[in-house]
Write a protein of this length. Structure first.
Lengths: 170, 147, 185
């Protein structure tokens, strides 16, 4: 692999996906002409794509989607869409318990307990929040990449220096 | 409907609403400025754990701690710190909600803004911002929650 | 949004099941492709298609037309499929059982261009895909299977263009590492 391959590494993906600008395309093609390693890499990307798509296309060809619409239709007829008012009413259907006076103090105690343990519960779960860590990102001077480490505790934001793409992660 | 029942239903909703705001006056965080390079094989003892976690991503052999700050950030107030060779970091906490801090982070080189980002920082999470050249290697800013 | 599609969605929002059927006819194959891309099992993928359209019917009133309808539907499908694989613990990270044992390979079939070698490679690619993060796999599924542009993927996954590029780049990089025995580059 040539020294300048790493600087073209992201561009090669863009080129493979047809997302390059005219100038980027020319740069990649000029590099490819003299770099057998990148040619090989591009070919391998294509082989992987084929191997990923083929089984799906084969199964799709045979697929008849048996009674799928009928099942969906049955399901939505059986459980028609709830309006907001209906869902609120549904909520109140469980409240007959509350009519019994004994449940009133019990509910108050349970509510207070929940309020007391709520912050602790939330603290434990919040590290698994599905929300993305990086909500917004912009750099007018550098290309930026975001990488989440597998352990789910570290997010890496990498700024590519213009002439120094080799300093990128791994 | 019985007013008492309505009260009991609304009470927890109101309480949960208030408690989830959890308005902290200060948000404890840690900022480490690290120089990563391939010169030598020195790994600062305090960075060993981080180095282990980063080994799959970075190929640097040396990690040197340049600066380690514990910051107590206040909501909507910008804290500016010089990080290295003319660069500075500006951190502004925008929200603290459900035990997660939402922060606006800007990195500037002299007066030029090179990064503007908004990140969510839940407990135990570290956000690394790396890439700018520093000496023989690069500088990495490790920004972690301490709550 | 096309006017016919807009009309279909409006009808569906008013509870018209015939309109949902038309949407189903237009999109069920696309939904299946994404679902299959995630769970890689026919029955699971069919279950997901069913769940997606039921969920769509129940939640379509929340669709305000801020994004294209297909990105809304793809997002719903991807989330549903990932949830499904998590819940059923049949996530691609930990699914050893359903895959067929590789068939015995005789000398003839050992030629690299033979069908058996191709099947084996497909299985290896599949196993390597299982090792990617959900985000990387999601982005690659939308790209390689559905052929969405980076911009469309960003809309479906509700993230920035840079994040999409990163997910695709590092996803492929990881695949190459995992399949390096097959790659002489």
């Amino acid at each position: 692999m040539r020294k300048d391959c790493s600087s073209l590494s992201t561009l090669l993906d863009k080129y493979f996906d047809g997302e390059t600008s005219q100038r980027e395309q020319e740069a990649v093609e000029a590099h490819l002409k003299q770099c057998p390693a990148c040619q090989e890499r591009l070919k391998f990307m294509s082989e992987i794509k084929g191997a990923f798509r083929r089984p799906l296309l084969e199964t799709l060809e045979k697929e008849t989607f048996p009674w799928l619409w009928e099942k969906i239709e049955r399901e939505i007829r059986f459980k028609p869409r709830e309006t907001l008012w209906e869902s609120i009413k549904g909520w109140f259907k469980i409240t007959p318990f509350l009519k019994r006076r004994i449940w009133i103090p019990a509910t108050v105690v349970a509510t207070l307990l929940i309020l007391l343990i709520f912050p602790t519960l939330f603290k434990k779960n919040s590290s698994h929040l599905p929300l993305p860590v990086v909500e917004y990102i912009e750099s007018k001077t550098n290309n930026v990449m975001i990488y989440e480490l597998d352990n789910g505790k570290i997010t890496v934001i990498w700024l590519f220096e213009e002439s120094e793409a080799e300093s990128s992660p791994s | 409907m019985n007013k008492r029942i309505l009260f009991i239903i609304l009470l927890p909703i109101l309480f949960l609403g208030f408690s989830s705001q959890e308005a902290w006056s200060q948000i404890p965080t840690r900022l480490r400025v690290i120089e990563a390079s391939n010169v030598g094989r020195t790994i600062d003892p305090s960075l060993k754990e981080l180095h282990g976690q980063l080994s799959s991503l970075f190929r640097y052999t040396s990690y040197r701690l340049l600066r380690d700050e514990r910051l107590h950030l206040s909501l909507n107030q910008t804290t500016t710190l010089p990080v290295h060779s003319g660069r500075s970091i500006e951190i502004t906490p925008l929200k603290f909600y459900a035990n997660t801090a939402e922060l606006r982070v800007k990195i500037k080189r002299e007066k030029t803004e090179i990064l503007d980002t908004q990140v969510r920082l839940p407990p135990g999470r570290t956000v690394l911002i790396g890439g700018p050249k520093h000496g023989e290697g690069v500088v990495i800013l490790a920004f972690s929650s301490l709550f | 949004m096309k006017s016919e599609e807009f009309e279909l969605i409006s009808r569906c929002q008013q509870g018209d099941q015939e309109a949902l059927k038309e949407i189903f006819n237009l999109y069920h194959q696309k939904v299946y492709r994404i679902a299959y891309g995630v769970v890689r099992q026919r029955e699971d993928a069919l279950d997901i298609v069913q769940e997606v359209f039921i969920k769509l019917y129940r939640s379509i009133k929340n669709f305000k037309g801020k994004s294209s309808f297909y990105t809304y539907l793809y997002r719903m499908t991807l989330n549903q499929a990932i949830d499904y694989s998590r819940k059923a613990k049949k996530s691609l990270f930990s699914r050893p059982t359903w895959e067929k044992e590789p068939e015995p390979v005789d000398e003839e079939t050992q030629r690299p261009d033979s069908q058996a070698a191709q099947k084996q490679f497909e299985e290896r690619v599949q196993k390597a895909m299982e090792k990617l993060s959900e985000d990387q796999r999601g982005a690659l599924i939308l790209r390689e299977i559905e052929g969405l542009s980076y911009h469309e993927i960003a809309e479906v996954m509700e993230c920035s263009l840079g994040t999409v590029m990163s997910r695709i780049h590092y996803g492929r990089k990881r695949l190459r590492e995992l399949l390096k025995d097959e790659w002489k580059g």
